[in-house]
Ligand binder design. Structure first.
Ligand SMILES: [Zn+2]
Length: 337
């Protein structure tokens, strides 16, 4: 008897069936308040209203269906109101969180690592190691300031509750850290899916990770792209501009910023130009209000009018605290050399 005749007749059908299943895997359904980016990615939009709650933002979070489970890009700040929705979506889809990728260590992007890892203990965490230095520097300072403020507040006030929650986020310490440190840019398999992982060490936070999915040509940029204005708290302004040039050279059609709506590559080009013109304006004699107007005009419809007030408030602050501070302060977070 020849070998071919031994082969059960259903084998080719099974193989075809599996192929078809892969090609037509159902679109990941976006729960209420989330937005489908493509067949396998859903955006949970971040929130930012300085007059609501603790006044602190959550960054955007992107949920990706990978072969081994969900990949969660950034995990938010507020456990109940934000990260809880990621867990609820994972439960609805019956997909475990297999991996977390943190764009950077700011607390509006990493705090949710704690509840997510408690619920999915096997999840790997991909991030740069910049958080280790930040725990000794920026976050240690921030903790001291918050503890001092807490001491002045009535213990049962809402403000005291927010302050205690802020301390707890920092005190989570190593629970926020990567289990799989990103030490260089390159190709990386995460939860069974091939990504290009980028590392920028001289832009927003001393260790910014971005993720490119070549199959959908979608780039997740974290706060390298940010609305309504760049957050310069721990940034190296000129290094950031160079990082944006590297992002522009990538092959993507859709870019998701750290805060704000997804955009096309052409729109990112507009953002990049506006960013560089903002730095040039800060270095000129123009008034901060003029620079803020140019920022609005350069971005056009990318920055809705409803965001102008907050954008001006942020630019007022960052011009004074960073962009027009003495060089030692302005370049405090720039890599030496
Ligand atoms: Zn952020």
């Amino acid at each position: 008897m020849r070998g071919e005749r031994m082969k059960p007749k259903w084998m080719p059908l099974l193989a075809l069936g599996l192929l078809a299943a892969c090609a037509t895997a159902p679109r990941l359904q976006a729960p209420d308040g989330m937005q489908a980016l493509n067949r396998r990615m859903v955006l949970l939009p971040g929130t930012y209203d300085p007059e609501q709650g603790d006044g602190q933002p959550d960054g955007n979070s992107i949920l990706i269906r990978a072969p081994d489970g969900l990949v969660v890009f950034d995990t938010g700040r507020h456990e109940q109101a934000f990260t809880g929705r990621i867990i609820a979506a994972a439960d609805t889809w019956r997909l475990p969180v297999a991996a977390i990728v943190n764009s950077h260590w700011h607390l509006d992007h990493v705090s949710g690592n704690v509840p997510l890892r408690a619920r999915f203990p096997r999840a790997k965490v991909y991030a740069s190691t910049a958080i280790e230095g930040a725990m000794q520097g920026f976050l240690a300072d921030s903790r001291r300031n918050t503890a001092a403020r807490l001491a002045t507040l009535p213990a049962d006030s809402a403000a005291a509750g927010y302050a205690r929650a802020s301390l707890a986020r920092i005190d989570a310490g190593p629970k926020l850290f990567p289990t799989e440190p990103v030490l260089a840019s390159g190709e990386r398999n995460i939860a069974g899916m091939a990504f290009h992982v980028g590392l920028e060490d001289n832009a927003v936070s001393g260790g910014d990770v971005w993720l490119l999915d070549p199959s959908s040509r979608t780039l997740l940029a974290g706060d390298l792209v940010n609305f309504p204005a760049p957050f310069f708290d721990t940034a190296c302004p000129h290094g950031w501009s160079e990082a944006l040039a590297r992002l522009d050279a990538q092959a993507f059609d859709t870019l998701v910023p750290g805060h704000g709506a997804a955009m096309t590559h052409a729109q990112f080009g507009i953002y990049r130009r506006a960013f560089d013109r903002l730095l040039a304006c800060a270095a000129s004699d123009a008034g901060v209000a003029d620079c803020a107007t140019r920022w609005e005009n350069d971005l056009g419809p990318l920055l809705p009018e409803s965001q102008h007030r907050l954008s001006r408030m942020l630019l007022d602050y960052y011009f004074q605290a960073v962009l027009r501070a003495e060089p030692v302060k302005r370049d405090k977070y720039c890599r030496a050399g």
